[in-house]
Design a binder for this molecule. Structure first.
Ligand code: CAA
Length: 380
């Protein structure tokens, strides 16, 4: 057993760290303030292979593993958590199901253009009345000739405003509950597809979150993803991988909070010495460092299990649960280290705190992660 990254993974980490430091960190506050999607940076990420890290080279992916992908999301999120989730939702939630469940034509047509960031992807499962209870899909798909006709509204769709490819779930047989859901690959040029409400969010403001509205949306038969009735399995399998991405995003936020807190505590003087000499501050730093290390071990273990073809649902849920709660604690304590300066926009701590919160909510709330973990623990 060894815990070190490979030389290739270390080289990737150093490259992304350098990229994020130069290209993202300086603009993160402005992206947040103006709710601006960083199109130029995402295009550069595509050129560097960061939007298709864990996908095969025959579809223009970088051909690396999921641990490498987790490293990329952590490094991007350290600089800008909104950009981290642009990469994560695109890679884990849109590219991954097409890679895993798509046929050769679908992979050539869609995945090959997504891995280069020419086409951004999104994942449309949640609905106004179906969030945590994902099997209760109200969106319907009805077969008419050689087309599927989709009707419904999808909610809280990360990347939805910019996406050129959407993996969408719809009910094809209501009687069969989760076994009556089917997945599709949609594009915004399909008749009846439109982008609805754009959300004004508390954090991760570099990424868009929108409604996708489907009104008699015409989807060619060739765009059915997987088998009829396989949609819920596709959604759940995809979210297992997605949760590793969000755990990595949370890790990036938490590590930034720790490093900012360490640097500030060495500069700020109180009672005749830097506040880093105060035990009250040292305990906060110690807890942050320990929890971040534990969160990274959980996250990389889940990624390693995915790479090695094991079932990793429980481990991904543990990683997401622990990493997201670590990010919340680290940013909360980080603000405390900064005192009043932690509460103002001149310093990054308040943004990190706002960005951290969503990691406890999307791709399954902390409560849902606990359900998944308990279900595996209680299984006969
Ligand atoms: N992998 C494969 N199959 C799975 C699975 C997994 N991880 N989890 C469940 N299944 C299978 C079960 O084995 C079962 O199959 P059988 O019927 O053949 O036995 C079937 O799915 C149904 O399982 P459950 O009875 O456990 O399903 P449930 O309806 O009780 O739901 C749940 C389980 C874990 C609560 C699930 O609904 C869930 O994960 N909810 C949260 C959804 C979520 O994360 N949404 C976020 C959307 S994405 C987003 O946030 C927006 C964005 O853009 C970032």
């Amino acid at each position: 057993m060894h815990f070190d990254l490979t030389d290739e993974q270390k080289a990737l980490r150093d490259m992304v760290r350098d990229f994020a430091e130069k290209e993202l960190k300086p603009i993160a506050a402005e992206l947040d303030e103006h709710h601006r999607y960083p199109a130029d940076v995402v295009a550069k990420m595509g050129e560097l292979g960061l939007m298709g890290v864990a996908f095969p080279p025959e579809y223009n992916g970088a051909g690396m593993d999921y641990v490498s992908y987790a490293i990329v999301v952590e490094e991007l999120s350290y600089a800008c958590a909104g950009t981290g989730v642009i990469c994560s939702a695109h890679s884990s939630l849109a590219c991954d199901p097409i890679n895993k469940f798509g046929n050769e034509d679908q992979k050539k047509k869609y995945l090959s253009r997504m891995t280069t960031a020419e086409w951004l992807g999104c994942f449309c499962l949640s609905e106004p009345q179906a969030g945590s209870d994902a099997s209760q899909q109200h969106t319907t798909a009805v077969k008419k000739g050689d087309k599927w006709i989709l009707n419904g509204t999808k909610n809280f769709i990360t990347n939805g405003r910019e996406a050129k490819v959407a993996v969408v779930f719809a009910q094809t047989d209501k009687e069969k509950r989760h076994k009556g859901i089917t997945a599709y690959i949609l594009t915004p040029d399909m008749p009846g597809y439109s982008v609805g409400q754009v959300e004004d969010k508390m954090g991760i403001r570099a990424s868009s979150t929108v409604q996708i509205v489907l009104e008699d949306c015409e989807v060619p038969e060739a765009n059915q993803l997987g088998d009829v009735g396989q949609g819920f399995t596709i959604a759940m399998t995809t979210l297992d991988g997605g949760r590793i991405g969000i755990a990595s995003q949370a890790l990036g936020i938490a590590r930034r909070a720790l490093e900012e807190s360490v640097a500030y505590s060495k500069e700020r003087h109180a009672f005749g010495a830097p506040i880093s000499r105060l035990q009250a501050i040292q305990w906060k730093i110690a807890d942050m460092a320990t929890e971040i290390d534990a969160a990274r071990l959980l996250t990389h273990r889940a990624a390693w299990m995915k790479d090695n073809g094991m079932r990793f649902s429980q481990q991904a849920a543990m990683a997401k649960l622990f990493a997201s709660e670590t990010a919340m604690r680290a940013t909360k304590e980080g603000i405390q280290v900064f005192g009043g300066y932690g509460y103002v926009r001149e310093y990054p701590m308040e943004r990190l705190f706002r960005d951290a919160k969503i990691t406890e909510i999307y791709e399954g709330t902390s409560e849902i992660q606990r359900l998944v973990i308990a279900a595996a623990a209680l299984k006969d």
